[in-house]
Design a protein around this ligand. Structure first.
Ligand SMILES: *[C@@H]1O[C@H](CO)[C@@H](O)[C@H](O)[C@H]1NC(C)=O
Ligand SMILES: *[C@@H]1O[C@H](CO)[C@@H](O)[C@H](O)[C@H]1NC(C)=O
Ligand SMILES: *[C@@H]1O[C@H](CO)[C@@H](O)[C@H](O)[C@H]1NC(C)=O
Ligand SMILES: *[C@@H]1O[C@H](CO)[C@@H](O)[C@H](O)[C@H]1NC(C)=O
Length: 424
Protein backbone atom coordinates (compact mmCIF):
# COMPACT_ATOMS: atom_id res chain seq x y z
CA UNK A 1 0.00 0.00 0.00
CA UNK A 2 2.58 2.50 1.13
CA UNK A 3 4.93 1.35 -1.61
CA UNK A 4 2.32 2.20 -4.23
CA UNK A 5 1.97 5.66 -2.76
CA UNK A 6 5.71 6.00 -2.78
CA UNK A 7 5.70 5.25 -6.49
CA UNK A 8 3.01 7.85 -7.03
CA UNK A 9 5.19 10.36 -5.22
CA UNK A 10 8.14 9.44 -7.41
CA UNK A 11 5.93 9.87 -10.47
CA UNK A 12 4.77 13.27 -9.24
CA UNK A 13 8.29 14.46 -8.57
CA UNK A 14 9.40 13.20 -11.99
CA UNK A 15 6.68 15.19 -13.67
CA UNK A 16 7.72 18.24 -11.64
CA UNK A 17 11.30 17.90 -12.83
CA UNK A 18 10.14 17.48 -16.41
CA UNK A 19 8.16 20.69 -16.08
CA UNK A 20 11.29 22.38 -14.72
CA UNK A 21 12.73 22.29 -18.21
CA UNK A 22 9.88 24.26 -19.67
CA UNK A 23 8.31 26.46 -17.01
CA UNK A 24 10.48 28.95 -15.21
CA UNK A 25 10.10 29.22 -11.47
CA UNK A 26 8.26 26.00 -10.67
CA UNK A 27 10.73 25.21 -7.92
CA UNK A 28 12.38 22.01 -9.15
CA UNK A 29 15.66 21.82 -7.24
CA UNK A 30 15.38 25.34 -5.90
CA UNK A 31 15.49 26.51 -2.31
CA UNK A 32 12.20 27.63 -0.76
CA UNK A 33 11.60 31.01 0.86
CA UNK A 34 9.04 32.03 3.43
CA UNK A 35 8.27 35.10 5.47
CA UNK A 36 8.87 34.81 9.22
CA UNK A 37 6.46 36.73 11.43
CA UNK A 38 6.85 37.55 15.09
CA UNK A 39 3.68 37.31 17.19
CA UNK A 40 3.78 40.17 19.69
CA UNK A 41 1.50 38.45 22.21
CA UNK A 42 3.64 35.30 22.57
CA UNK A 43 7.05 36.38 21.16
CA UNK A 44 6.89 33.28 18.96
CA UNK A 45 7.76 33.19 15.25
CA UNK A 46 5.63 31.61 12.55
CA UNK A 47 5.94 30.63 8.88
CA UNK A 48 2.78 30.33 6.71
CA UNK A 49 3.54 26.97 5.12
CA UNK A 50 0.34 24.96 5.73
CA UNK A 51 -2.07 26.20 3.04
CA UNK A 52 -1.17 29.71 4.13
CA UNK A 53 -1.82 28.95 7.81
CA UNK A 54 1.07 29.56 10.16
CA UNK A 55 3.19 26.96 11.90
CA UNK A 56 5.34 27.99 14.87
CA UNK A 57 9.07 27.83 14.21
CA UNK A 58 10.78 25.55 16.74
CA UNK A 59 14.55 25.07 16.36
CA UNK A 60 14.38 22.22 18.89
CA UNK A 61 11.41 20.37 17.39
CA UNK A 62 12.26 17.09 15.60
CA UNK A 63 8.95 16.79 13.69
CA UNK A 64 6.30 18.92 12.02
CA UNK A 65 2.85 18.66 13.61
CA UNK A 66 -0.54 20.20 13.07
CA UNK A 67 -4.17 19.59 13.84
CA UNK A 68 -5.87 17.07 11.53
CA UNK A 69 -9.38 16.35 10.41
CA UNK A 70 -11.00 13.39 12.12
CA UNK A 71 -9.27 10.03 11.99
CA UNK A 72 -11.45 8.64 9.21
CA UNK A 73 -10.41 11.28 6.70
CA UNK A 74 -6.63 11.29 6.91
CA UNK A 75 -4.27 8.59 5.82
CA UNK A 76 -1.84 7.14 8.38
CA UNK A 77 1.66 5.74 8.02
CA UNK A 78 2.43 2.15 8.90
CA UNK A 79 4.51 1.35 11.94
CA UNK A 80 7.23 -0.34 9.94
CA UNK A 81 7.74 2.56 7.54
CA UNK A 82 11.06 4.35 7.57
CA UNK A 83 9.36 7.63 8.45
CA UNK A 84 7.77 6.02 11.50
CA UNK A 85 11.26 4.98 12.62
CA UNK A 86 12.51 8.50 11.98
CA UNK A 87 9.66 9.92 14.05
CA UNK A 88 10.67 7.74 16.98
CA UNK A 89 14.32 8.61 16.90
CA UNK A 90 13.77 11.48 19.38
CA UNK A 91 11.44 11.58 22.32
CA UNK A 92 9.88 14.63 23.85
CA UNK A 93 10.97 15.48 27.38
CA UNK A 94 9.42 13.23 30.02
CA UNK A 95 7.76 11.08 27.40
CA UNK A 96 8.28 7.36 27.68
CA UNK A 97 8.86 5.35 24.57
CA UNK A 98 5.48 3.69 24.12
CA UNK A 99 5.98 1.70 20.94
CA UNK A 100 5.59 2.77 17.39
CA UNK A 101 1.83 2.70 17.06
CA UNK A 102 -1.35 0.84 17.65
CA UNK A 103 -3.69 -1.46 15.76
CA UNK A 104 -5.73 0.30 13.15
CA UNK A 105 -9.41 -0.08 14.18
CA UNK A 106 -10.36 -0.22 10.50
CA UNK A 107 -7.87 -2.98 9.70
CA UNK A 108 -6.64 -5.31 12.45
CA UNK A 109 -3.68 -6.47 10.36
CA UNK A 110 -2.33 -2.96 10.05
CA UNK A 111 -0.34 -1.13 12.70
CA UNK A 112 -0.76 2.62 12.43
CA UNK A 113 2.11 4.85 13.34
CA UNK A 114 1.58 7.23 16.23
CA UNK A 115 4.01 9.76 17.56
CA UNK A 116 4.32 12.39 20.24
CA UNK A 117 3.82 15.99 19.13
CA UNK A 118 5.19 18.37 21.75
CA UNK A 119 4.18 21.94 22.49
CA UNK A 120 7.43 23.78 23.31
CA UNK A 121 5.60 26.57 25.14
CA UNK A 122 3.17 24.71 27.39
CA UNK A 123 5.47 21.71 27.68
CA UNK A 124 2.54 19.40 26.87
CA UNK A 125 2.94 16.30 24.78
CA UNK A 126 0.10 14.47 23.02
CA UNK A 127 -0.24 11.36 20.92
CA UNK A 128 -1.11 11.62 17.25
CA UNK A 129 -1.21 9.64 14.02
CA UNK A 130 1.62 10.08 11.56
CA UNK A 131 0.14 11.26 8.31
CA UNK A 132 1.03 13.13 5.13
CA UNK A 133 0.00 16.70 4.43
CA UNK A 134 0.70 19.16 1.68
CA UNK A 135 2.91 22.08 2.67
CA UNK A 136 3.82 24.99 0.44
CA UNK A 137 6.23 27.89 0.05
CA UNK A 138 7.77 29.81 -2.82
CA UNK A 139 10.80 28.70 -4.78
CA UNK A 140 13.49 31.36 -4.78
CA UNK A 141 16.71 32.42 -6.46
CA UNK A 142 17.66 34.18 -3.23
CA UNK A 143 16.41 37.49 -4.57
CA UNK A 144 12.61 37.17 -5.00
CA UNK A 145 9.92 34.51 -4.68
CA UNK A 146 9.62 32.74 -8.03
CA UNK A 147 6.33 30.93 -7.62
CA UNK A 148 4.59 28.56 -5.22
CA UNK A 149 5.75 24.99 -4.69
CA UNK A 150 3.72 22.37 -2.85
CA UNK A 151 5.17 19.18 -1.49
CA UNK A 152 3.95 16.28 0.58
CA UNK A 153 5.47 16.12 4.04
CA UNK A 154 5.24 13.51 6.76
CA UNK A 155 3.72 15.14 9.82
CA UNK A 156 2.06 14.25 13.07
CA UNK A 157 -1.57 14.98 13.85
CA UNK A 158 -2.30 16.66 17.16
CA UNK A 159 -5.45 17.44 19.11
CA UNK A 160 -6.66 21.07 19.07
CA UNK A 161 -5.85 21.28 22.79
CA UNK A 162 -2.13 21.04 21.96
CA UNK A 163 -2.32 24.50 20.36
CA UNK A 164 -2.61 26.12 23.81
CA UNK A 165 -0.16 28.99 24.21
CA UNK A 166 0.63 29.26 20.48
CA UNK A 167 -0.19 32.43 18.50
CA UNK A 168 -3.81 32.92 17.43
CA UNK A 169 -4.31 31.28 14.04
CA UNK A 170 -1.30 28.94 14.30
CA UNK A 171 -2.24 25.35 13.40
CA UNK A 172 0.86 23.55 14.63
CA UNK A 173 4.63 23.57 14.90
CA UNK A 174 7.34 23.33 12.23
CA UNK A 175 10.24 21.57 13.92
CA UNK A 176 13.55 22.70 12.42
CA UNK A 177 15.82 20.47 14.53
CA UNK A 178 18.55 18.07 13.41
CA UNK A 179 16.31 15.12 12.59
CA UNK A 180 15.17 13.22 9.53
CA UNK A 181 11.60 14.54 9.73
CA UNK A 182 12.26 18.20 10.47
CA UNK A 183 10.90 20.80 8.05
CA UNK A 184 14.34 21.54 6.49
CA UNK A 185 15.16 17.82 6.12
CA UNK A 186 11.86 17.25 4.31
CA UNK A 187 12.37 20.26 2.04
CA UNK A 188 15.84 18.90 1.23
CA UNK A 189 14.49 15.43 0.37
CA UNK A 190 11.47 16.56 -1.64
CA UNK A 191 13.13 19.45 -3.50
CA UNK A 192 16.55 17.93 -4.04
CA UNK A 193 18.28 20.81 -2.26
CA UNK A 194 20.81 21.04 0.56
CA UNK A 195 19.79 20.26 4.14
CA UNK A 196 20.66 23.76 5.22
CA UNK A 197 18.59 26.83 6.04
CA UNK A 198 19.03 30.52 6.68
CA UNK A 199 16.92 32.17 9.37
CA UNK A 200 16.64 35.92 9.85
CA UNK A 201 14.21 36.80 12.67
CA UNK A 202 12.48 40.18 12.64
CA UNK A 203 12.61 42.45 15.67
CA UNK A 204 9.22 44.04 15.23
CA UNK A 205 5.98 43.78 13.32
CA UNK A 206 7.59 43.51 9.85
CA UNK A 207 8.54 40.24 8.16
CA UNK A 208 11.77 38.36 8.61
CA UNK A 209 12.77 35.66 6.19
CA UNK A 210 13.80 32.01 6.07
CA UNK A 211 15.31 30.18 3.10
CA UNK A 212 15.37 26.38 3.14
CA UNK A 213 17.81 24.56 0.88
CA UNK A 214 20.90 26.73 0.99
CA UNK A 215 21.96 29.30 -1.54
CA UNK A 216 22.06 33.05 -1.40
CA UNK A 217 19.85 35.47 0.49
CA UNK A 218 19.83 38.89 -1.07
CA UNK A 219 18.37 42.04 0.46
CA UNK A 220 16.11 44.28 -1.61
CA UNK A 221 18.97 46.74 -2.07
CA UNK A 222 20.91 44.00 -3.85
CA UNK A 223 23.35 43.25 -1.06
CA UNK A 224 23.82 39.52 -0.41
CA UNK A 225 23.19 38.99 3.31
CA UNK A 226 24.76 35.56 3.09
CA UNK A 227 28.09 37.26 2.30
CA UNK A 228 27.83 39.22 5.56
CA UNK A 229 28.54 36.15 7.69
CA UNK A 230 31.32 37.03 10.10
CA UNK A 231 31.94 33.56 11.36
CA UNK A 232 31.14 29.92 11.36
CA UNK A 233 31.32 27.47 14.24
CA UNK A 234 30.76 23.70 14.44
CA UNK A 235 27.34 22.43 15.50
CA UNK A 236 27.59 20.21 18.56
CA UNK A 237 25.29 17.70 20.22
CA UNK A 238 23.98 18.13 23.73
CA UNK A 239 22.77 14.95 25.46
CA UNK A 240 19.87 13.42 23.56
CA UNK A 241 18.48 16.74 22.36
CA UNK A 242 17.84 17.13 18.61
CA UNK A 243 18.35 20.91 18.86
CA UNK A 244 21.21 23.17 17.81
CA UNK A 245 24.20 23.69 20.10
CA UNK A 246 27.49 25.47 19.69
CA UNK A 247 30.46 25.75 22.00
CA UNK A 248 31.95 28.89 23.52
CA UNK A 249 35.31 27.18 23.85
CA UNK A 250 36.98 30.33 25.16
CA UNK A 251 34.05 31.48 27.28
CA UNK A 252 32.34 34.86 27.39
CA UNK A 253 33.73 38.40 27.50
CA UNK A 254 32.07 41.70 28.39
CA UNK A 255 33.62 44.80 26.79
CA UNK A 256 36.72 42.80 25.95
CA UNK A 257 37.29 41.36 29.42
CA UNK A 258 36.83 37.65 30.05
CA UNK A 259 33.97 36.86 32.44
CA UNK A 260 35.09 34.37 35.10
CA UNK A 261 32.89 31.46 34.06
CA UNK A 262 35.72 29.36 32.70
CA UNK A 263 35.68 26.63 35.35
CA UNK A 264 33.44 24.46 33.23
CA UNK A 265 34.65 25.67 29.81
CA UNK A 266 33.85 24.95 27.08
CA UNK A 267 30.39 26.40 27.59
CA UNK A 268 27.62 24.77 25.62
CA UNK A 269 25.22 27.27 24.04
CA UNK A 270 21.81 26.21 22.72
CA UNK A 271 19.61 28.21 20.36
CA UNK A 272 15.85 28.45 20.89
CA UNK A 273 13.11 30.22 18.98
CA UNK A 274 10.56 29.39 21.68
CA UNK A 275 12.03 31.33 24.59
CA UNK A 276 12.03 35.12 24.30
CA UNK A 277 15.30 35.89 26.10
CA UNK A 278 18.59 34.12 26.72
CA UNK A 279 18.53 31.82 29.72
CA UNK A 280 21.73 31.20 31.63
CA UNK A 281 22.61 28.58 34.16
CA UNK A 282 23.13 30.18 37.56
CA UNK A 283 26.91 29.62 37.58
CA UNK A 284 27.13 31.65 34.34
CA UNK A 285 24.31 34.10 35.01
CA UNK A 286 25.72 35.70 38.19
CA UNK A 287 29.22 36.40 36.84
CA UNK A 288 27.79 37.70 33.55
CA UNK A 289 25.36 40.18 35.05
CA UNK A 290 27.96 41.37 37.54
CA UNK A 291 30.46 41.91 34.73
CA UNK A 292 27.87 43.72 32.62
CA UNK A 293 26.79 46.03 35.42
CA UNK A 294 30.42 46.89 36.26
CA UNK A 295 31.16 47.58 32.60
CA UNK A 296 28.10 49.87 32.46
CA UNK A 297 29.46 51.76 35.42
CA UNK A 298 32.92 52.11 33.83
CA UNK A 299 31.30 53.30 30.60
CA UNK A 300 29.41 56.04 32.44
CA UNK A 301 25.74 56.98 32.17
CA UNK A 302 24.69 54.03 34.31
CA UNK A 303 21.48 55.04 36.07
CA UNK A 304 19.87 51.93 37.54
CA UNK A 305 16.12 51.51 37.49
CA UNK A 306 14.15 49.06 39.61
CA UNK A 307 14.21 45.48 38.30
CA UNK A 308 11.37 44.72 35.88
CA UNK A 309 10.53 41.00 35.81
CA UNK A 310 11.88 38.81 34.34
CA UNK A 311 14.96 41.04 34.26
CA UNK A 312 17.23 42.00 37.11
CA UNK A 313 19.51 44.66 35.59
CA UNK A 314 17.53 47.68 34.39
CA UNK A 315 18.63 51.18 33.51
CA UNK A 316 17.10 54.59 32.84
CA UNK A 317 17.04 54.42 29.07
CA UNK A 318 17.00 58.17 28.55
CA UNK A 319 20.61 58.09 29.80
CA UNK A 320 21.62 55.53 27.15
CA UNK A 321 22.65 56.56 23.64
CA UNK A 322 20.69 54.96 20.82
CA UNK A 323 22.79 53.77 17.84
CA UNK A 324 22.07 51.77 14.69
CA UNK A 325 22.92 48.61 16.63
CA UNK A 326 20.75 49.42 19.63
CA UNK A 327 21.69 51.21 22.83
CA UNK A 328 25.38 51.91 23.23
CA UNK A 329 26.16 49.45 26.02
CA UNK A 330 29.06 47.06 26.75
CA UNK A 331 29.31 44.26 24.17
CA UNK A 332 29.00 40.62 25.14
CA UNK A 333 31.34 38.35 23.16
CA UNK A 334 30.58 34.66 22.88
CA UNK A 335 34.04 33.35 22.03
CA UNK A 336 33.19 30.37 19.89
CA UNK A 337 34.94 27.22 18.83
CA UNK A 338 36.68 27.97 15.54
CA UNK A 339 38.05 31.28 16.84
CA UNK A 340 35.27 33.71 15.92
CA UNK A 341 33.20 35.82 18.29
CA UNK A 342 29.44 36.16 18.18
CA UNK A 343 29.29 39.73 19.43
CA UNK A 344 26.02 40.76 21.09
CA UNK A 345 25.30 44.50 20.79
CA UNK A 346 22.56 46.55 22.43
CA UNK A 347 19.92 45.59 19.88
CA UNK A 348 20.24 41.98 21.09
CA UNK A 349 21.03 42.65 24.74
CA UNK A 350 18.79 45.52 25.92
CA UNK A 351 15.02 45.06 26.05
CA UNK A 352 12.92 48.21 26.30
CA UNK A 353 10.38 47.35 29.02
CA UNK A 354 8.69 50.73 29.12
CA UNK A 355 9.29 54.23 27.82
CA UNK A 356 11.90 55.01 30.46
CA UNK A 357 13.52 51.65 31.17
CA UNK A 358 15.74 49.22 29.28
CA UNK A 359 16.90 45.95 30.84
CA UNK A 360 19.73 43.50 30.19
CA UNK A 361 17.78 40.75 28.41
CA UNK A 362 19.46 37.71 29.92
CA UNK A 363 17.60 35.73 32.57
CA UNK A 364 18.47 32.99 35.00
CA UNK A 365 17.50 29.52 33.90
CA UNK A 366 14.95 27.83 36.12
CA UNK A 367 16.59 24.47 36.39
CA UNK A 368 13.69 23.02 38.33
CA UNK A 369 11.41 22.89 35.33
CA UNK A 370 14.08 22.16 32.74
CA UNK A 371 12.78 18.71 32.01
CA UNK A 372 13.83 19.29 28.42
CA UNK A 373 17.19 17.65 28.90
CA UNK A 374 15.70 14.53 30.45
CA UNK A 375 16.82 15.57 33.93
CA UNK A 376 20.40 15.88 32.71
CA UNK A 377 22.51 19.00 32.97
CA UNK A 378 21.10 21.83 30.85
CA UNK A 379 23.50 23.74 28.58
CA UNK A 380 25.25 26.78 30.10
CA UNK A 381 23.35 29.22 27.91
CA UNK A 382 20.28 29.06 25.66
CA UNK A 383 19.98 32.06 23.36
CA UNK A 384 16.40 33.21 22.75
CA UNK A 385 14.59 35.03 19.96
CA UNK A 386 15.70 38.45 21.22
CA UNK A 387 19.38 37.51 20.85
CA UNK A 388 18.87 36.12 17.33
CA UNK A 389 16.73 38.91 15.85
CA UNK A 390 18.29 41.02 13.07
CA UNK A 391 21.06 38.46 12.80
CA UNK A 392 21.29 36.10 9.83
CA UNK A 393 21.91 32.54 10.98
CA UNK A 394 22.78 29.73 8.58
CA UNK A 395 22.14 26.26 10.01
CA UNK A 396 24.03 23.88 7.76
CA UNK A 397 23.35 20.26 8.62
CA UNK A 398 25.54 19.03 5.75
CA UNK A 399 28.66 20.86 6.91
CA UNK A 400 27.42 20.68 10.55
CA UNK A 401 28.11 24.34 11.08
CA UNK A 402 26.31 27.47 12.19
CA UNK A 403 27.12 30.66 10.30
CA UNK A 404 26.24 34.04 11.84
CA UNK A 405 26.44 37.70 10.92
CA UNK A 406 25.98 39.24 14.37
CA UNK A 407 23.57 42.20 14.15
CA UNK A 408 22.87 43.44 10.62
CA UNK A 409 21.42 46.85 11.45
CA UNK A 410 24.79 48.50 12.14
CA UNK A 411 25.63 47.74 8.51
CA UNK A 412 22.42 49.32 7.26
CA UNK A 413 20.80 45.92 6.69
CA UNK A 414 17.91 44.12 8.30
CA UNK A 415 15.99 40.86 8.25
CA UNK A 416 13.07 42.78 6.75
CA UNK A 417 14.82 43.59 3.48
CA UNK A 418 14.05 40.48 1.48
CA UNK A 419 12.03 41.47 -1.61
CA UNK A 420 8.81 39.44 -1.33
CA UNK A 421 7.48 40.76 -4.63
CA UNK A 422 7.12 37.89 -7.07
CA UNK A 423 9.74 38.00 -9.79
CA UNK A 424 8.16 39.00 -13.11
C1 LIG B 1 4.53 33.27 -2.72
O1 LIG B 1 4.90 34.65 -2.68
C2 LIG B 1 3.82 35.54 -2.92
C3 LIG B 1 4.40 36.93 -3.02
O2 LIG B 1 5.15 37.26 -1.87
C4 LIG B 1 2.80 35.38 -1.78
O3 LIG B 1 1.70 36.24 -2.00
C5 LIG B 1 2.33 33.94 -1.75
O4 LIG B 1 1.47 33.75 -0.64
C6 LIG B 1 3.51 32.99 -1.63
N1 LIG B 1 3.03 31.62 -1.77
C7 LIG B 1 3.32 30.66 -0.88
C8 LIG B 1 2.79 29.32 -1.19
O5 LIG B 1 4.00 30.87 0.10
C1 LIG C 1 36.93 37.95 20.69
O1 LIG C 1 36.62 38.70 21.84
C2 LIG C 1 37.68 38.81 22.76
C3 LIG C 1 37.14 39.52 23.98
O2 LIG C 1 36.41 40.65 23.62
C4 LIG C 1 38.84 39.55 22.11
O3 LIG C 1 39.91 39.64 23.02
C5 LIG C 1 39.26 38.78 20.88
O4 LIG C 1 40.29 39.50 20.19
C6 LIG C 1 38.10 38.59 19.94
N1 LIG C 1 38.50 37.69 18.85
C7 LIG C 1 38.23 37.97 17.58
C8 LIG C 1 38.67 36.96 16.56
O5 LIG C 1 37.62 38.98 17.23
C1 LIG D 1 15.73 59.19 33.72
O1 LIG D 1 16.61 60.20 33.28
C2 LIG D 1 15.95 61.37 32.81
C3 LIG D 1 16.98 62.27 32.16
O2 LIG D 1 18.05 62.49 33.01
C4 LIG D 1 15.19 62.00 33.96
O3 LIG D 1 14.51 63.16 33.50
C5 LIG D 1 14.17 60.99 34.51
O4 LIG D 1 13.53 61.51 35.64
C6 LIG D 1 14.85 59.69 34.86
N1 LIG D 1 13.82 58.70 35.15
C7 LIG D 1 13.84 57.95 36.22
C8 LIG D 1 12.72 56.97 36.36
O5 LIG D 1 14.76 57.98 37.00
C1 LIG E 1 11.53 43.78 -5.93
O1 LIG E 1 11.42 42.82 -6.97
C2 LIG E 1 10.61 43.25 -8.06
C3 LIG E 1 10.47 42.06 -9.00
O2 LIG E 1 11.73 41.61 -9.42
C4 LIG E 1 11.25 44.46 -8.72
O3 LIG E 1 10.43 44.92 -9.77
C5 LIG E 1 11.41 45.56 -7.67
O4 LIG E 1 12.11 46.64 -8.23
C6 LIG E 1 12.17 45.03 -6.46
N1 LIG E 1 12.16 46.03 -5.41
C7 LIG E 1 13.28 46.56 -4.92
C8 LIG E 1 13.13 47.55 -3.84
O5 LIG E 1 14.40 46.25 -5.34
Amino acid sequence: MWQTEDLILVAVSLSVSVLACTVAGDGGGRPLVTAVTRDAATSLYTIPVKSGSPLVVDLSGPIVWSTCDDAASHDTLECNSIDCMRAHRFHPPNCQHTGYGMPDPGNPYRCKCTTHPHNPVSGDTASGDMTRVVLSANATDGRNPLGPVSFTAVTSCAPDSLLAGLPAGAVGVAGLARSGLSFPAQVARTQGVANSFALCLPSGPGNGVAIFGGGLLIAANGRPLTEMLVGETPLRKHKESPGYYISASKGIAVDGAQVPVGQYAPLTIGLSTTIPYAELRRDVYRPLINAFDQAMERQGGRVPSPAAAPFELCYNSSRLSPTRFGYFVPTVDLMLEGGRNWTVFGINSMAQVNRATACFAFVEMKTGDKSEYGGLAPPAVVLGGFQMQQNLLVFDEEKQTLGFTSQLTGRGLSCGQFNFTMSA
